[in-house]
Structure formats: C-alpha cells, structure tokens
Design a protein around this ligand. Sequence first.
Ligand code: COA
Length: 269
Amino acid sequence: MDTLILGAGGHGRVVLDILYQAQTHNPVGFLDNNKALHGRRVDGLPVLGGMDQLPVLKARGIHGAVIAIGDNGVRRAMGDLLDQHSFEVLSAIHPSAQLARNATIGRGVVIAAGAMVCAHCQIGDYVILNTGCIVDHESMIGTAAHVCPGVRLAGHVTIESGAFIGIGATVVQNVRVGFEAVIGAGAVVLTNVEPMTTVVGVPARSVKDAPSAEEFASLLGANVAQSHHEAQAPSAVSKRARNQGASPNSDSESGVATSDPRDPMHIVR
Ligand SMILES: CC(C)(COP(=O)(O)OP(=O)(O)OC[C@H]1O[C@@H](n2cnc3c(N)ncnc32)[C@H](O)[C@@H]1OP(=O)(O)O)[C@@H](O)C(=O)NCCC(=O)NCCS
C-alpha cells in the first residue's frame, strides 16, 4: 500500500528505513509541518508538504500513513487527525523485531530493529518500541508510550499511556509507571512511579513532581477549574515533555490539539 510518513525528523528516517526493510508498505513521501522541509528530500523521499495535504493526497489515492513523531502527545493527536481523514493508521515493524505469537499489538505502532516483545504482552496504539528494547512477559504498554532504545522491562510491568522510558532504563517486575511519567536514561526503577513525575538514577528517585493544578492550567494555556487529577490534556503534557527534552525525536511536530482524555491505561487492542 502507498504510505505517507508523518514526520520527517530523526524518527521519520528510522521509520523510512523500517518500511524499506520490512517491505510491507510502499513509502511515497513525508508530511511535516516544518515548512523549511517542503519540497526537499529526506533520505531520498520527498517531503510533500504539511498535514494540510492529507485530504489532497487522499483524493489522489493514498490511504495509509505511519506516524513517525517522537512526541507522545503529538503522535496521539496525529492518530486522531488520520482518523478524521479516514486514513488507515499503519504500523512499521522491523523484520528483526521478535514478537511473541500471543502478543497483542495495537495500530500505528513503530517497533524498531531488534526489539523483543515476549509472551502475552499488550502493546497499545501509537506506541514506539525503539531499537533493541526488551518487553518481557505479560507486560502492558499504554497508548502512545515511548520505550527508548535498550530499555529492559521485566515481566508484568505496566507502562501507562504517554509515559517515556529513557534510553537504557530498566524496570523490574510488577512495577507500574504512571501515565505521562518520564524515566531518565539509565534509571533502574524498583517501585511504582506516580503519573506525570520524572524519576532518574539507580535506584530511581523522583526529581520532578506531577504539576500542581495551577501549573497544569498554565500548561494548558487556559484556566482549569477542576483538580489536575480530573483534567484532560495530553497536549499539555506534550509541552511538558518538550520542556524536559523528554522526547528528543520530536523535531517534527503537528501543532494539532487533541481532545483525548488523560486515560490512566488505555490499551486499545
Ligand atoms: C530524565 C530527563 C528527561 C530529565 O530532564 P530534565 O527534566 O530537564 O531534568 P534536569 O536535566 O534538570 O535534571 C534534574 C536532575 O536530575 C539529574 N538527571 C537528569 N537526567 C538524569 C539521568 N538520566 N540519570 C541520572 N541523573 C539524571 C540531573 O543531573 C539533575 O540533578 P541535580 O538536580 O542534582 O543537578 C533527561 O535527563 C533524560 O534522561 N532524558 C532521556 C533522554 C533519552 O532517553 N533519549 C533517548 C531518546 S530515543
């Protein structure tokens, strides 16, 4: 199937390589809202314009797209955008990735070279399982989480939606990492991690608490009356993740807002 790649940054190049290696879909071009890239080629593939080109390209017979944006919130919003335009949200799975036959994999996922997904794992929509990571048995990865290169998740680990597990981190068995939490590079996580907090080190310790209601409201750019436990705003967390440098692959962004709730765990299929 002719396929667009949304995002022409570093992660977009990785996804292009995966598609060439896997030969499951035929990449025909990137879309990226960075106007400086329009009309250029990235690794030989043209950048056809911004996300506003989706309906135009759909009318020309292109129906599929892979989302290649590192920022967790933006990636999820892109899924909504593709649904609005009735595009098929495709996955890019490197042929060297090892997936257990009974693992459940959502749509719009990117699984990079050498990643391993063991028995009975559930991988949610828009998840990135990056190069050489290990997701061991019966672990669950929530929607739009990012498991960075070389991460090791033991058995029965739960990564809630939008969480970012930094490069080389280890999470021991039965631990739950809260939604939109950030785990620093190389951390060893021995206990549960609260939502929207940042932990680093060995053993992992908290260096950033969840935002207060006021901070969360300012992230939203609006007055949020309810408590931050009830608020809804992955896009706010996108801003937070950018502030933290938590998703360095997000050199291409859509600027598209999302109305998705801050669901604590949202395995779609
Ligand atoms: C965790 C991380 C997001 C923190 O970023 P931040 O919120 O900007 O935090 P800061 O840089 O202000 O650091 C806060 C404290 O944590 C320490 N720290 C930050 N990252 C750390 C890490 N990975 N391991 C150990 N300590 C770390 C800092 O030294 C600082 O300590 P101090 O307060 O004693 O001086 C970032 O350092 C990180 O590890 N990012 C992961 C990058 C990655 O995995 N990239 C791969 C993408 S595919």
